[in-house]
Ligand binder design. Structure first.
Ligand code: GLU
Length: 306
């Protein structure tokens, strides 16, 4: 059984650890976002840490101002108050600086491949085959910029303890800036976690595959010791599939319009995430309590981390 051992996690962190809540405003918040907020605020409060609210707006095509406004309003309604922020990713300077640093290390190359040039990797996920890696193409408008990912093991700790990802390059060379000039998720999140001095990253298990690459990228950007991670199970819908932003019955706004109180929405999210044995209402300011009672609900702990 996998335990979320809060004491062991605390031992790996500095006093007053900094964590972040980092939704992508490409849609409205749903129960999965609320469950992540319960973990971020719950663990931060229990560990005496701070929460930075970071709106991940690096994809300025898919992010919309109305989703940013809605996320801020929904979080305020739910009662999740950040200690810092909100900040966003509109200022290109930190990403351009990070790109320049990687370029100096010879780790950036231009690429003209399209998705058609991708192969299916060992994990079954699409994998960029690296056809432009050694082509020596000049950087130019309309060309993607990629990172040379070293095919080596990367180690980090998450709530289970030490994790070693055998091949950080399993997904191929990741994008740093796309052909439209938009900064990639990997570059933006890694550069921000460094400059914002994030000690603890709490996010869904769907992102664990990205962690080895980000650990390697962070090292190349001057952060030798990665943050600690908690990768938690995703909240799934009644069909067992990952929630999407169009899923109406689990949207925060839809539940609110249906008459649910903030504490009821948080209670539903905590239950759906396996953090609580029941869906009883719980206020945002009280969510740390869910982590103090871990020992009383070991089945719930296993679900969080499965
Ligand atoms: N913005 C990402 C998301 O909403 C999370 C990024 C991260 O935690 O690394 O999925």
């Amino acid at each position: 059984m996998t335990h979320l051992d809060v004491a062991a996690l605390a031992a790996r962190l500095p006093a007053g650890p900094r964590t972040r809540y980092a939704p992508s405003p490409t849609g409205y918040l749903h129960l999965g976002h609320v469950a992540n907020a319960v973990m971020v605020w719950g663990l931060a409060r229990l560990l005496g840490g701070r929460v930075l609210l970071r709106l991940e707006t690096h994809d300025q095509v898919r992010c919309r101002p109305e989703y940013v406004a809605a996320a801020l309003e929904d979080l305020a309604w739910l009662g999740f108050e950040p200690d810092e922020g909100p900040v966003d990713q509109h200022d290109a300077t930190p990403y351009a600086d990070a790109l320049a640093a990687l370029r100096r290390l010879g780790l950036v190359y231009a690429c003209t491949c399209s998705r058609r040039d991708w192969a299916t990797g060992s994990t079954g996920a699409p994998r960029y085959t690296g056809c432009c890696r050694d082509a020596g193409l000049a950087e130019a408008t309309g060309r993607t910029l990629r990172l040379r990912v070293m095919p080596q093991a990367e180690a980090f700790t998450d709530a289970r303890g030490a994790v070693v990802q055998q091949d950080a390059a399993a997904g191929g060379d990741v994008i740093l800036r796309d052909r439209d000039g938009l900064w990639s998720y990997h570059l933006a999140v890694t550069a921000d976690d460094i400059r914002q001095q994030i000690d603890l990253v709490i996010r869904g298990a769907d992102l664990i595959e990205a962690t080895g690459v980000q650990v390697q990228l962070a090292r190349n950007l001057g952060r030798p010791v990665p943050p600690a991670y908690v990768h938690h199970a995703l909240v799934t819908g009644s069909d067992g599939r990952k929630l999407s932003k169009s899923n109406r019955d689990t949207g925060v706004r839809d539940m609110r319009a249906g008459g649910a109180s903030a504490a009821e929405v948080i209670g539903r999210a905590a239950y759906a995430a396996g953090l609580s044995g029941n869906a009883d209402a719980i206020a945002a300011r009280a969510v740390a309590r869910l982590f103090e009672t871990r020992a009383a609900a070991p089945h719930a702990v296993a679900r969080i981390l499965s």
